[in-house]
Design a protein around this ligand. Structure first.
Ligand SMILES: [Zn+2]
Length: 333
């Protein structure tokens, strides 16, 4: 009897405590710091797709990397589908649906906002969304219509709610979603500002991180438009801005104490036309209750098939107190 009374009392106390804790703290095991890993362009067409078709794994050279963070994110620079017709453009990439389980072994979410996810039209894009939903691989930056494409992906982990938004601003704009057609999110300034504010105010995100597809190919430094939009996003409430598309690593900045990493470069892609394109960055952000406290990087070298391998090369890192350092220990060392 005595035991029962004590048990009853402690249950009431635990429930009362839970009610006093803000909702975002109440989810699962709370951690002081949470880490997010971002990698650049991943194309699962070509040799990577062939490797998977043959029963192999194109991620083997970087498998250790994906164990180093709580949430892992990539830009999927192709469509995954059976349907559709190739668009009239220089390069079109479509990967087989068998690639999804392999990708899902390594990443928790993908951005589909880029200049290749629409290569086989809205039907193929729509099929990809259904396949990703079936296989529970989360995505952002695209949807069955314009509203969905601009809806943040909320990931709740270790007591934090993180909103991911993806935008493409590299032509063709015809891949953009419409009110009726599936497609990507395009980065009109006003729309981006509204999305970032909604992520915090409507979706209750603790942190908002836009993953951009922008800039000019092979430019080693970010251009004026990237710098302008990054500032607009941070002014609107973004906690960090990450980018890709130029196929090379670009410079980084800090604005109002928030980091901007303009381009991660390539991660898994066959077509490379200069040596800088065969070197990409994996980026790891560390977040605590005050936002991004630090980031570090891992150089990834792409082989002749465009498959990634981690390098021992020292690489850039940053923290809020000490700022940028050029030669830090790579993530996997
Ligand atoms: Zn691109």
């Amino acid at each position: 009897m005595k035991f029962k009374t004590i048990f009853g009392l402690s249950t009431v106390l635990i429930l009362a405590q839970a009610l006093l804790i803000p909702s975002s703290y109440a989810q699962g095991k709370q951690k002081e710091t949470i880490s997010l890993l971002f990698v650049g362009d991943v194309v699962l067409d070509g040799p990577a797709g062939k490797r998977i078709e043959d029963g192999g794994d194109p991620f083997l050279g970087v498998s250790k990397l994906f164990k180093q963070a709580d949430i892992r994110i990539a830009n999927l620079e192709c469509v995954i589908a059976n349907l559709g017709e190739a668009a009239d453009k220089n390069f079109t990439f479509r990967a087989h649906p068998r690639t999804i389980p392999v990708l899902a072994k390594y990443v928790d979410a993908i951005s589909i906002a880029n200049n290749h996810s629409g290569d086989f039209g809205p039907k193929a894009f729509s099929e990809m969304l259904d396949l990703l939903n079936q296989q529970k691989l989360a995505y952002f930056g695209g949807g069955h219509n314009l509203k969905q494409a601009h809806t943040p992906l909320i990931i709740s982990k270790h007591g934090y709610r993180i909103a991911l938004l993806g935008y493409n601003e590299f032509m063709p704009r015809s891949f953009e979603a419409s009110h009726e057609l599936a497609g990507t999110a395009w980065s009109e300034d006003e729309h981006v500002i509204a999305d970032i504010k909604a992520a915090k105010q409507v979706y209750g995100a603790d942190f908002v991180i836009p993953f951009m597809h922008w800039g000019w190919e092979n430019e080693m430094k970010a251009g004026p438009r990237q710098r302008q939009l990054a500032r607009i996003m941070i002014d609107a409430g973004a906690d960090a801005v990450i980018g890709g598309h130029p196929h090379v690593i670009q410079d980084t900045e800090e604005y109002k104490g928030k980091p901007i990493i303009y381009s991660l470069g390539n991660f898994m892609i066959e077509l490379m036309d200069n040596p800088a394109q065969s070197r990409g960055w994996a980026l790891r952000l560390q977040l605590n209750r005050d936002g991004v406290s630090a980031w570090d990087t891992q150089v990834v070298n792409l082989d002749e098939l465009g498959l990634p391998h981690t390098s021992a090369e020292p690489s850039a890192c940053w923290n809020k107190q000490k700022g940028l350092k050029k030669d830090c220990r790579p993530i996997t060392q």
